[in-house]
Ligand binder design. Sequence first.
Ligand SMILES: CC(C)(COP(=O)(O)OP(=O)(O)OC[C@H]1O[C@@H](n2cnc3c(N)ncnc32)[C@H](O)[C@@H]1OP(=O)(O)O)[C@@H](O)C(=O)NCCC(=O)NCCS
Length: 146
Amino acid sequence: MSHSRGEITTFVMPHMQNVLGDLFGGDLMALVDQAAAVAAMRHAGGPAVTKSIDRLDFHQAIPVGALVSCCATVDFVGRSSMDITVQVYSEQIATGARVHTHTAHVVFVAIDRDRKPCRVPRLVAETAEERARYDAAAERRRARGR
Ligand SMILES: CC(C)(COP(=O)(O)OP(=O)(O)OC[C@H]1O[C@@H](n2cnc3c(N)ncnc32)[C@H](O)[C@@H]1OP(=O)(O)O)[C@@H](O)C(=O)NCCC(=O)NCCS
């Protein structure tokens, strides 16, 4: 599981703001999707596409000028699908203060050359933290029925 990760960090630029001067939700979703794609493709070793956005919780707004980091982990896999969690953090460079701002759960599917779902490697949980993520993702999968 430690290999199956993706991270994107960028400044929140003025063109990414909403009318309140914070990061626009649509731009945040694009960053979440990109970080999840990195984790999914690292795990699959090839192309993977977004199948579903299970959940995206906005805990706190991120102001323009802050750093935003999206940290994605593959937490559970089926045959071709991958359950991915993305934790988002905001950081103020001047103070170093880092805040957890968003949590997303998304599903990616690995695809072959014909764009059909293809098998992904199995996931090995080695640490207690990885086993906890695996169990939580298995529970989410059970709750949604696939
Ligand atoms: C992804 C895609 C190839 C899957 O094709 P499909 O015919 O729906 O595939 P299947 O029904 O065989 O499902 C494939 C896997 O996804 C899972 N799945 C399907 N719908 C799902 C959903 N709504 N939520 C979670 N998982 C889902 C299935 O359980 C299956 O998992 P498994 O292989 O681990 O058992 C196809 O839907 C597609 O191309 N979608 C568009 C993707 C896209 O454009 N994304 C945005 C740009 S990246």
